[in-house]
Design a protein around this ligand. Structure first.
Ligand code: NAI
Length: 335
């Protein structure tokens, strides 16, 4: 039996990670979940936002699954999500975005993978007041991290039979930082003759994605652009309730949905658990349990296709528990 650290998270986190536990159990892959809180909840109980017990658990287990964690806006403690990615150097954030059965959207043929640099950029949290009324945030781009994320993107493309990698940047304005990012991606691209390579400025990328999303395949970009473009891409295919992700490092990985804690719908049993459930399928792939990952994806697609049990965000009125039941039943049918 494999032990995995589980952070239930805030807001809808507890509800959607509970769905993950049930769905994974239905696949018969045996997992012992070591459940440890982080963020506000952990602070209440332990006086630490990121308890040492949690850090030790992830170093030991090497794989974690996390629910979304709330970060106070404009004040308070720093993002635990970012702190976790930094602590474990999970430098690559992989976010597949694809049309799903029965989800109505004006955009068809969307099949993108966003590969977001996860360890630096504008997320270093280095900010200060220069003088009254003047503030500064420092964006860090290093050659090492840029080469690493670029290599990850091209390896991902090759492994998954993808045809093209697009580097997304703003090197026309940030000539030094994004310039270095671009130079690093170009260096790696030259080793992959089998994969088409192109570059695009981030603002144009936003427009292209809502006009011609079908033209794009694997997108690699610095941290902040990846954060924004992933939510935009989620909107193309039905919203944040559907989009999974994995934070991948050299030997540690943390899986989570792209969405946050959605406070307005928390505790109402109405959150869509599919983003988290598909993140658990990515986790099973990573654990060399691809048949179980495929089973989960097949079950999710079946439930969406049937269209009888959908949550509110995707046009239905089923609860979190009901759609989870339907996905578990589909898994049991296919096993
Ligand atoms: P959010 O992702 O929580 O919500 C954005 C919108 O999507 C809301 O309308 C929400 O109701 C909807 N939504 C999100 N997930 C859904 C689901 N599973 N089912 C149905 N609807 C869903 O983003 P927001 O409101 O910007 O952030 C709320 C909190 O979450 C903040 O404290 C933020 O810092 C945190 N956050 C945490 C993340 C993480 O833990 N990785 C990622 C993004 C935000």
């Amino acid at each position: 039996m494999r032990t995995i650290t589980l952070i239930p998270g805030d807001g809808i986190g507890v509800e959607v990670t509970n769905s993950v536990k049930r769905v994974v159990e239905a696949t018969n892959v045996e997992i012992y979940w070591e459940i440890i809180d982080a963020g506000e909840k952990a602070f209440g109980a332990t006086g630490e936002y990121m308890p040492q017990k949690l850090i030790d658990s992830i170093y030991k287990n090497k794989i974690a699954f996390k629910g979304p964690l709330t970060t106070p806006i404009g004040e308070g403690f720093r993002s635990i999500n970012v702190a976790l990615r930094k602590e474990f150097n999970t430098y690559a954030n992989i976010r597949p975005v694809k049309n799903m059965p029965n989800i109505k959207t004006p955009f068809n043929n969307v099949d993108l993978v966003i590969i977001r640099e996860n360890s630096e950029g504008l997320y270093t949290g280095i900010e200060h007041v220069v003088t009254h009324g003047v503030t500064e945030a420092i964006k860090v781009i290093t050659r090492d991290a840029s080469l690493k994320i670029a290599k990850h993107a091209f390896e991902y493309a090759r492994f998954h039979n993808r045809k093209k990698v697009t580097a997304v940047h703003k090197a026309n304005i940030m000539k030094i930082t994004d310039g270095l990012f671009l130079e690093s991606v170009r260096e790696i691209a030259s080793d992959y003759d089998d994969i088409e390579y192109e570059e695009i400025i981030v603002d144009n990328m936003a427009m292209q994605l809502v006009m011609y999303p079908e033209k794009y395949d694997v997108l690699v970009m610095p941290n902040l652009y990846g954060d924004i473009i992933s939510d935009l891409a989620a909107g193309l295919v039905g919203g944040l309730g559907l989009i999974p992700s994995g934070n991948i490092g050299d030997d540690i990985a943390i899986f989570e949905a792209v969405h946050g804690s959605a406070p307005l719908i928390a505790g109402k049993n109405m959150a869509n658990p599919i983003a988290c459930i598909l993140s658990s399928a990515m986790m099973l792939d990573y654990m060399n349990e691809k048949p179980a990952g495929d089973l989960i994806r097949k079950a999710v697609f079946t439930v969406l296709k049937e269209g009888k049990c959908l949550t509110n965000d995707i046009g239905g009125n089923a609860s979190t528990d009901e759609i989870t039941d339907a996905i578990c039943n589909a898994i049991k049918k296919y096993i």
